[in-house]
Ligand binder design. Structure first.
Ligand code: HEC
Length: 208
């Protein structure tokens, strides 16, 4: 019996304690937000062309150039990652591709205004590219997702330090880049590019 009374007393004390605590904290707690904040509006800074030239292309090279076999006068020269720094560079490339896919999905002009200088007649003008994007936004986003998948695959390779898989990864990334370019940028070159790829397949497995 005394046991029970004591525990009731303890419970009452706890209750009072809880009330006091609540009063203390209620004055210092900021008011709860009325609604979840809206997603931030994302605004592109540069055009697709500049995103390619300044971010996607140079950082993809971190992956493309990580492994190579060059035949030189002095014999066969093999390049592959050996140090932590080498692998860190590849990770930077992988993250740029994976996150770059999000950037590609933010609507942005194809090229800076009044900046159309194509040396290749097969390349469409920014206005033509824009028209195809507008009609095929789903395909555009799917190619962006392809880049994300490749970036994630390279991140796994970096975790596993699996040099052998880097060769294939470079070629897989290149295929995504080229597929998007062939769809939106120089569709007239599909046949030539496919032919070049096939003739290269056995002689030159490493993308430089
Ligand atoms: C979602 C589609 C898409 C993907 C994926 C893509 N590109 Fe592009 N890229 C474009 C378009 C469109 C242009 C042409 C813009 C223009 O008019 O100059 C372009 C242009 C370029 C250019 C030319 C930039 C310049 O200064 O003229 C380079 C280099 C390039 N891409 C590299 C790459 C590489 C490397 C990858 C893969 C790692 C890649 N791109 C993936 C759509 C894409």
């Amino acid at each position: 019996m005394p046991m029970i009374r004591r525990s009731i007393g303890a419970a009452a004390l706890l209750f009072v304690g809880a009330l006091t605590l609540q009063q203390c904290t209620s004055t210092s707690t900021p008011p709860a937000p009325e609604a979840a904040p809206a997603a931030p509006e994302l605004t592109a800074v540069v055009s697709v062309r500049e995103l390619m030239a300044s971010l996607i292309d140079p950082l993809a090279d971190n992956v493309f150039e990580a492994v190579a076999v060059d035949v030189t006068d002095k014999g066969v020269v093999e390049t592959k990652p050996t140090t932590d720094e080498d692998w860190e560079k590849i990770r930077q490339g992988a993250i740029a591709l994976a996150e770059g896919s999000n950037l590609l999905k933010i609507p942005r002009p194809v090229a800076p205004a009044d900046d159309y200088v194509s040396k290749n007649p097969e390349e469409l003008s920014p206005a033509e590219i824009q028209a195809i994007i507008d009609k095929n936004r789903g395909a555009w986003n799917a190619f962006a997702d392809g880049l994300r998948q490749q970036g994630l695959a390279v991140l796994e390779i970096v975790e596993a330090r699996d040099t052998d898989k880097l060769f294939q990864a470079g070629s897989d990334i290149d295929r995504v880049c080229e597929s998007c370019h062939l769809t939106f940028w120089y569709p007239g070159e599909r046949e030539a590019v496919t032919r070049a790829r096939e003739s290269r397949a056995f002689k030159e497995p490493v993308k430089k």
